[in-house]
Ligand binder design. Structure first.
Ligand SMILES: [Zn+2]
Length: 208
């Protein structure tokens, strides 16, 4: 069985399980979507918005290489417009991650086989140049890339704040910058340090 064939089989099992548990679930899903959040994340297969245990209908999503907010990115602009004007989301989360291939590539010479990726990650190269002093203090390449991934999230949050679409809707929308650590599966709120959760027990308590 190929992986796509397996996906279809798993989907049958998944939809059956949900229908058995909650017979009206898919009817509700068909009627409307009312997501509270727009998630701008990386295309990386290891960091789906499902790491927050979100269910279908809860999060509106845009993902691209290295979770970039391009001022002239038509795809992002249309997602953003729909999220703000039609869905009226209250929060936008830019979620980057450690071990990000896109960010790591921005610290290496451009790869000849990846002209499109090179063009997309150019802003990260410029960001790395802006933060050369801080990044040079980190001797390990992976540490340097992980820090750049965090700086990249903060830069995208800043870019979002300045977009006319956001300026118009500003009062209704909060923008957050998060980073996902591949090593422990935890999300860290870079722009909301007051939301930091303690150990697992505290986290469960806070969530409950
Ligand atoms: Zn990535």
């Amino acid at each position: 069985m190929t992986y796509p064939q397996r996906m279809l089989v798993e989907n049958l099992a998944w939809s059956d399980e949900i229908s058995t548990r909650d017979p009206a679930y898919f009817q509700r899903l068909a009627n409307d979507q009312r997501p509270n959040v727009l998630w701008i994340g990386c295309s990386d297969s290891r960091v789906p918005e499902a790491v927050t245990r979100a269910m279908p209908g809860e999060i509106f999503v845009h993902r691209n290489i290295a979770n970039l907010v391009g001022e002239h990115d038509d795809s992002l602009a249309s997602v953003l417009e729909y999220a703000l004007v039609v869905l009226r989301v209250q929060h936008i989360i830019v979620c980057g991650h450690h071990c990000c291939g896109g960010v790591q590539a921005a610290l290496r010479p451009p790869a000849a086989a990846l002209p499109n990726v090179n063009r997309r990650i150019e802003p990260i190269r410029r960001l790395a140049a802006l933060h050369t002093t801080e990044l040079r203090l980190l001797e390990d390449f992976d540490e340097r890339a992980d820090r750049l991934a965090e700086l990249n999230v903060l830069a995208q949050v800043q870019t979002l704040h300045a977009l006319p679409l956001i300026q118009d809707a500003r009062r209704a929308v909060q923008i957050h910058g998060w980073i996902f650590s591949m090593h422990d599966g935890r999300l860290k709120a870079l722009t909301d340090p007051q939301w930091a959760l303690g150990d697992t027990a505290d986290a469960h308590e806070a969530a409950g």
